[in-house]
Ligand binder design. Structure first.
Ligand code: ATP
Ligand code: MG
Ligand code: MG
Ligand code: MG
Length: 465
């Protein structure tokens, strides 16, 4: 089977023996002495392995000297300890087989030079070939694996929740409609207009904005569960932290209150960020050097310090008294904007903040009403540089109060009959949260815009589609 370059560089193969690697040329350099140095990478780690190619190879003139950045090769030779600085090992090539040239190196979009992150964003199909694209992809994978490992170690079951749903869980009206494309047989109203209420084989359907209500169903039977998958929101705005398609990890815990959810969120963030620092030190060194000079220190701080816990009401006091002019005026009852969230996390506390007990009027129907009748047991985890990275709450488990909330918010209890059943049959206190996965990747890497940490960004005005 094919050998991964990461394993070669990690010293997993005996020196002075023959080895074959496959990959793409990062750079080619020719010495006057008639030797070429190929830096070959295969995506398995940040670094490339150097192959030293002597000019007495029979295809040296005709083929090796035509290799340019991006060309694919199979290189065989002796694995030796490297004399120069850089990698510990290199290959003394005895054979270079060209698998594919870059047909026009002058116009190859990923030629070896620095590209702007905006340019790369428009080249989604070539972006993973760059240092940045590769590093983001490996860190993203590391974070996803660490999330599953963390949940597994804690005894949670992973549940897949549906993409096609009927209810707007967040009540924010940001849903994409799901339609059949049977143009001949589109459902029509009496007036002959297309009837979207019938569109999904006689029903109205949407792409999910959150798996929460579904995951609560399984929580009400299996105690500790989570979902981790894509969600969709019609965010027709151009912010650096909103996508139309993004991933969320949503744990749901039975017999648990808001503090339990906040503790789990804190523990999870620390665990996965630690995993990235340990397992992707190569990529993190790159981010530190090229993207954000403070990223590694920042993550170490997060791992080693307790998150602040703060009531919404106290946060409003801080914002009112901090002497800073905000674009969006502050008063009790407002939904915080990213400028407020970032002030709290960046300037006031300089670390993650768990903000709790928000006014009920700005939160979804399912959040548990506090005894003051004004606030709900909601929490957001705010991270410096990003703002909200997690949103969660204790859920309303009391049927009478849930019904009153539905009515207050003009929602039809009929639409939530299955959700109400969970309260009718053996209800339990429970809580959970949603972690925005792209915001986490952005936070872990220091990359500013979440469009650059998802392989194929879906947002208004992103061209690569
Ligand atoms: P925001 O206030 O930033 O719009 P939200 O409060 O609407 O976020 P929630 O419904 O609480 O978001 O969703 C849980 C988490 O999902 C958020 O904390 C955030 O990390 C992430 N998230 C929400 N909307 C988006 C989006 N459009 N793109 C990427 N991540 C998102
Ligand atoms: Mg939102
Ligand atoms: Mg929010
Ligand atoms: Mg939220």
């Amino acid at each position: 089977s094919v050998i991964a370059i990461t394993d070669v560089l990690a010293g997993k193969f005996p020196v002075n023996e023959e080895i074959t690697v496959h990959g793409w040329i990062r750079t080619r350099r020719d010495s006057k002495a008639g030797i070429s140095f190929l830096a070959i990478h295969d995506g398995s780690c940040f670094d490339a392995i150097q192959a030293v190619v002597p000019n007495d190879l029979n295809n040296y003139q005709d083929e090796v000297l035509k290799l340019t950045t991006g060309a694919s090769v199979k290189v065989t030779g002796q694995l030796v300890e490297s004399q120069g600085q850089g990698q510990a090992f290199e290959i003394q090539a005895t054979g270079v087989e060209v698998l594919g040239y870059v047909d026009d190196p002058d116009t190859y979009p990923m030629a070896a030079k620095r590209h702007s992150i905006e340019f790369l964003r428009e080249q989604a199909h070539l972006r993973p070939r760059t240092n940045l694209g590769g590093a983001v992809t490996r860190v993203r994978n590391c974070l996803a694996q660490a999330i599953h490992r963390f949940m597994h170690n804690k005894g949670y079951f992973w549940i897949s929740t549906p993409i096609i749903t009927a209810s707007d869980c967040e009540g924010a009206g940001e849903m994409f409609r799901v339609s059949t494309l049977d143009m001949e047989n589109l459902p029509r109203t009496d007036k002959g207009e297309v009837d979207y209420n019938e569109d999904f084989f006689g029903k109205e359907a949407f792409l999910t904005v959150s798996g929460q209500l579904n995951v609560e169903t399984y929580c009400s039977a299996m105690s500790k569960v989570y979902t981790f998958g894509p969600t969709f929101r019609a965010e027709n705005s151009n912010t650096s932290r909103h996508l139309a398609e993004f991933w969320m990890c949503e744990p749901e815990i039975a017999f648990a209150d808001l503090a339990d959810a906040a503790n789990l969120a804190e523990e999870m963030l620390k665990y996965v960020l630690k995993a990235v620092l340990e397992e992707r030190a190569d990529d993190m060194a790159f981010f530190q050097q090229r993207v954000d000079k403070t990223v590694v220190d920042r993550l170490n701080n997060v791992i080693n310090n307790e998150f602040v816990r703060l009531d919404y009401t106290d946060a409003i006091e801080i914002l009112l008294n901090c002497g800073k002019k905000f674009e969006n005026p502050v008063s009790w009852g407002i939904d915080l904007n990213s400028e407020h969230e970032r002030y709290l996390a960046e300037e006031h506390f300089n670390g993650p903040v768990v903000l709790q007990n928000y006014p009920k009027d700005i939160k979804a129907f399912y959040m548990r009403l506090n005894d003051d009748n004004k606030t709900v047991a909601a929490m957001d985890v705010l991270a410096p540089g990003i703002g909200e990275i997690i949103g969660g709450s204790q859920r309303e488990e009391r049927l009478d109060i849930l019904d009153a909330r539905l009515e207050e918010m003009d929602l039809d209890p009929e639409d939530y009959s299955w959700y109400r059943d969970l309260r009718r049959y053996g209800t339990v206190p429970h809580s959970g949260f949603g972690l925005g996965f792209e915001r986490l990747v952005a936070y872990a890497t220091g990359v500013q815009n979440i469009r650059d940490v998802i392989p194929f960004p879906r947002a208004p005005k992103t061209a690569s589609f």
